[in-house]
Design a protein around this ligand. Structure first.
Ligand code: 5RP
Length: 232
């Protein structure tokens, strides 16, 4: 493997919560949907984090018995810390699921995965009867891919193969996502790598085409998962 190649370029990641006020508003809106007995799929990222805090506050005040199905270790720990019992998909299915997104287009197609949790996020969304995407209006785009690359989770041995296949799909820039604050690439919770791929055009079948590449675990394009979009 050539560790000096283009795809190793560093990128930087914002730590504070951007658009916090708007995210707080949608977080409270999603919290108002919770009813006693709900098993709730919990997305990842800062909007989901604020939603967990709002849900936990409601559950505490109104003595609601709920359970969480988190999509990342970070959210599992947040839920546990806030007093929301955590369960697993093999034990309980979600009544409904909420999550943030990086981009939402007019067809309600999404780009997700800045947090690298898209595998469990898509799994949860597929398993859930009702999905809510909670975003501030900075996430609304006319054209998918206009702000963010498409994150692709890759089995480590398949890195160069997947990079070559993404180029065949006309990806014009592919970056191996670096780890924050240390050398080397980021590892997902599944111990895989992430390639962030930029495309000039993302057609209706792009999610399917990327997923067909052997070595791709999951991608952050959500073109086939119906969801209600809640915008602050
Ligand atoms: C994580 C995600 C997040 O939902 C997405 O990145 C939005 O994050 P934030 O709510 O912090 O803006 O897909 O994998």
């Amino acid at each position: 493997m050539d560790w000096n190649s283009e795809i190793l370029k560093n990128v930087s990641w914002p730590v504070p919560i951007s658009n916090r006020k708007s995210k707080q508003k949608v977080a409270e809106r999603i919290a108002s949907r919770v009813v006693d007995g709900d098993i709730i799929g919990v997305g990842s990222g800062s909007t989901s984090y604020l939603a967990v805090l709002a849900i936990a506050a409601r559950a505490r005040e109104e003595r609601l018995h709920i359970m969480a199905l988190p999509t990342s270790i970070e959210m599992a720990l947040t839920c546990a810390k806030m007093g929301i019992p955590v369960t697993s998909l093999n034990e309980n299915g979600p009544d409904w699921y909420f999550d943030g997104a990086d981009e939402v287009d007019p067809n309600r197609h999404l780009i997700k995965g800045r947090g690298g949790a898209m595998f469990k996020e898509k799994l949860m969304m597929s398993a859930s009867r009702q999905n809510y995407i909670i975003v501030d209006n900075s996430k609304l785009v006319e054209k998918l891919g206009s702000k963010f690359p498409v994150p692709v989770e890759v089995f480590p041995d398949a890195l160069m193969h997947v990079e070559a296949e993404l180029k065949k799909l006309d990806a014009y820039q592919i970056v191996l996502r670096p780890a924050q604050g240390k050398d080397g690439p980021v590892l997902t919770e599944n111990r895989n790598l992430i390639l962030d791929a930029k495309f000039e055009n993302i057609d209706r079948d792009m999610e399917f085409k990327i997923k067909c590449i052997t070595g791709v675990i999951e991608c952050g394009l959500f073109q086939n998962q119906p969801a209600e979009i809640i915008v602050a």
